[in-house]
Design a protein around this ligand. Structure first.
Ligand SMILES: [Zn+2]
Length: 232
């Protein structure tokens, strides 16, 4: 929930006019709890586990000949029964593992320092953070996949299911065991966790530096601290 109830209140605290996006966000979120706002990430689960896979699957069914040349293994066709089985497994996984995991991860999100308050981050801040998080996630996923999931034990016990279908369709990417879903949650959270720790360390060093320079009232630093962390 935002600490401001009205646009005027937010503007007087921030000392500037709100942008259009900030006004929109304030009007939408001012009376909603942080947990409720966090639950909006269910939308992304819905997109990545239902909408995109169904989109690609429908392309394959309704425009079979047009998409065939883009397929890596055009000669392999999954039977309708296998496709349905794969879809059902992914949807079950989504309801029983991914959704509940997301709903109980809120304390971790709080601990990492992800916030819902104003000011909103700039476009550059969003792009930079997403870029770094994707690199961290991709690199970590690669090594977990290579060392653990394709190790003798990891493959037999965890990863084999994911490679059951040798040719991809829209639903094969998230088709995996529940343990794999949990393990691959680690890289997803690693980037934001590291980013928060790094930002906090840099700000602490800046704060200490300014104190020794006698610049304790530096407003830019104060704003940055207040924006990202609880002021200690
Ligand atoms: Zn693999």
């Amino acid at each position: 929930m935002l600490p401001y109830a009205t646009v005027e209140e937010a503007e007087s605290v921030l000392g500037r006019s709100l942008t259009a996006a900030e006004t929109l966000w304030l009007n939408y979120s001012a009376t909603k709890s942080d947990y409720f706002l966090y639950c909006h990430s269910i939308i992304f689960v819905f997109l990545f586990f239902f909408v995109f896979p169904f989109y690609y699957l429908s392309l394959e069914f309704f425009f079979k000949e047009s998409v065939r040349r883009y397929k890596i293994q055009p000669e392999v066709e999954l039977s309708f029964a296998d496709t349905i089985r794969c879809c059902k497994s992914v949807i079950r996984l989504c309801f029983l593992v991914v959704g509940p995991l997301l709903l109980v991860s809120y304390p971790l999100i709080k601990m990492i320092g992800i916030r819902t308050s104003l000011p909103l981050p700039s476009l550059w801040e969003i792009l930079l953070q997403l870029g770094v998080y994707f690199i961290v996630e991709d690199y970590t996923t690669y090594w977990i996949h290579r060392l653990l999931l394709h190790g003798e034990w990891g493959y037999e016990k965890i990863h084999k299911l994911h490679h059951e279908y040798t040719a991809p369709n829209g639903f094969v990417a998230p088709y995996a065991s529940w343990t794999e879903i949990l393990i691959l949650g680690i890289p997803a959270f690693l980037g934001p966790t590291m980013g928060y720790r790094y930002q906090k360390k840099v700000l602490q060093q800046l704060r200490e530096g300014l104190k020794t320079d006698g610049g304790q009232n530096n407003s830019a630093l104060h704003d940055l601290s207040a924006q990202n962390f609880k002021v200690e």
